[in-house]
Design a binder for this molecule. Structure first.
Ligand code: G4P
Length: 526
């Protein structure tokens, strides 16, 4: 098959949601439709339950699950679907942000009772940074939720994106009958089923058909005709181009747990969602159809066995064909790398593959050469952009509890940071080391893993910090002067980039006012 055809048949995406909206359930239903799994209940939630938060075995188990479900590949109607999993726990949001750099589109699940929640808003901001096309799936229509029109308005307002419903619910809560497909203009009437995919009992092509009244009842039929007329009158026709540019989000309604509305979304998704698109390097845009291979590492997973420091690096292929055992240019590193252990994830199995194409994610067995953000190419020296670090929200100073194990501690911290578990800053003055995270849970994970895998003991001392700001200025002299005068608050990130550690919002504002020529950034890429 030609490279173009391989690219056209692929769709690489992630499902994102505020915890509990139904991401795991929807993932499972998509896998069922794709024939990748046979029964419901096969996909484990990657949530770390708060009740078991301090149970370390549980966290380790979750890490195992998260490797197994990191990428789920399956074929559906001749399309190769690569579904990337994102952590369910919001403390691991940074991992989710990075995963989003490896996909070409997302499906966002929203709970119809709760509407747009805080994590949904944050995730949408990340999608907007790259104009990632978004499809919304409004879930749990079998519950008494909010009015569909109100939900659409809320999505538009809070997520700051235009919406276009492509399916419409018939009833809600106990009276929920299914959804009308506005895109295909047809209605499949299903029987609700949690355990298996039920076959459509009837398909209605024309809303005026009196069979509609028999199937869903006179009142529902009347309401549906009214709603469809209203929607078609109010919303402009769906323009796939606007969706691909990230300007309009098509919206589907359904109930994942009951298999309602999932098929409608999946069938439309494979038609409208983008096939693998290119990525920007610092110098140019790389097109997927370029014959030479290129790709980037967006996630690293440590091996579960503490006696071996082996890791799996997840590589997104951007262009050309990736081949097993071929030496590739590791742009940041000193020597070319060759991978003999290359895995792909089909359904729930990991299998060795000899080749992979743009949009595919492969797992590379790595002994410590790769880190997040690394680019591999067939020769060219270029680095893909778009894997920024975001300012952490919680900062703590690392206190070494065992001076004899300083080396182990440094090695452990370096490797955990390369895996992207948290961020690491070193103060210019006094060489103080600070770990920054989005959630409390990571500190527990780091402490546990340092002890368990590196035999190093640490404690964390709370710090009063508001944000880490990467700083820059057009005027190098001014920047140097700023660094000198604020040296007590200057630190360096893991790549040696200079960071200003702001203690409070008000103080940061004051410093910004006093130094207008210095730019303060909340992400490492600007
Ligand atoms: P998440 O990955 O986004 O965190 O959500 P997950 O799929 O785990 O779903 C969260 C809860 O919502 C689960 O219930 C799940 O069964 C339920 N759910 C998912 N889709 C629907 C739906 O369409 N309708 C209704 N009514 N519920 C739905 P749970 O009680 O936490 O777990 P479980 O014991 O039911 O699995």
């Amino acid at each position: 098959m030609s490279l173009t055809k391989e690219i056209q048949k692929r769709r690489t995406f992630a499902i994102i949601a505020h915890p509990d909206a139904g991401k795991t359930t929807l993932t499972e239903k998509l896998l069922l439709f794709g024939g990748a799994i046979q029964t419901a209940g096969a996909v484990k939630s990657n949530k770390i339950d708060t009740a078991t938060k301090s149970d370390w075995m549980e966290i380790e188990k979750q890490r195992g699950i998260s490797v197994a479900t990191s990428v789920m590949g399956f074929e559906y109607q001749g399309v190769k679907i690569n579904l990337l999993d994102t952590p369910g726990h919001q403390d691991f949001a940074e991992d989710t942000y990075r995963t989003l750099t490896a996909v070409d589109s997302v499906i966002m699940v929203i709970d119809c009772v709760k509407g747009v929640e805080i994590q949904t808003e944050k995730l949408m901001e990340v999608c907007r940074m790259r104009n990632t096309p978004v499809i919304c799936f409004i879930n749990k229509l079998d519950r008494e939720g909010r009015d569909p029109y109100e939900l659409l308005d809320e999505v538009e307002e809070k997520l700051n994106i235009q919406v276009r419903p492509l399916s419409w619910p018939i009833g809600m809560g106990k009276g929920f009958k299914g959804v009308y497909n506005l895109y295909d203009k047809k209605l499949n009437v299903f029987t609700p089923s949690q355990r298996k995919l039920s076959d459509a009992r009837e398909t209605i092509q024309n809303l005026e058909d009196t069979k509609l009244d028999e199937l869903i009842g006179g009142n529902n039929a009347w309401q549906l005709r009214e709603d469809v007329e209203l929607i078609e009158g109010v919303y402009p026709d769906f323009d796939p181009k606007e969706y691909l540019e990230g300007k309009v989000a098509p919206v589907f309604f359904g109930s994942a747990v009951n298999n309602f509305g999932v098929n409608e979304m999946l069938d439309t998704f494979i038609r409208i969602a983008p096939s693998p698109i290119g990525r920007h390097t610092e110098d140019r845009e790389v097109n997927p159809e370029e014959p030479k291979f290129s790709g980037f590492v967006f996630k690293i997973h440590a091996n579960m066995d503490p006696n071996h420091r082996n890791r799996i690096a997840f590589l997104r292929i951007v262009s050309g064909k990736f081949e097993r055992n071929k030496p590739y240019n590791h742009v940041r590193g000193p020597k070319p790398l060759r991978f003999s252990n290359v895995t792909q994830f089909m359904a729930q199995d990991r299998e060795i593959v000899d080749e992979a194409f743009p949009g595919d994610i492969v797992g590379l067995f790595d002994t410590g050469n790769l880190k997040i953000g690394d680019t591999l190419t067939e020769g060219e020296n270029m680095t893909f952009k778009g894997i920024p670090s975001f300012s952490p929200e919680i900062f703590k100073e690392v206190i070494n509890k065992d001076a004899m194990k300083t080396k182990q501690l440094e090695k452990g911290l370096k490797q955990l940071m390369e895996e992207g578990v948290a961020q690491y800053f070193t103060y210019e003055m006094g060489n103080r080391k600070v770990v920054g995270t989005v959630g409390q849970l990571q500190f527990e994970v780091i402490q546990f893993r340092l002890k368990n895998e590196y035999n190093a003991s640490v404690e964390f001392a709370s710090m009063n910090l508001y944000k880490a700001c990467w700083i820059s200025s057009k005027d190098k002299k001014q920047l140097d002067e700023f660094i000198r005068s604020k040296s007590r608050h200057i630190a360096y990130d893991k790549d040696g980039k200079v960071v200003f550690m702001a203690e409070s919002r008000a103080w940061l504002q004051m410093v910004q006012d006093n130094y207008p020529e210095i730019e303060f950034h909340f992400t490492s890429e600007f």
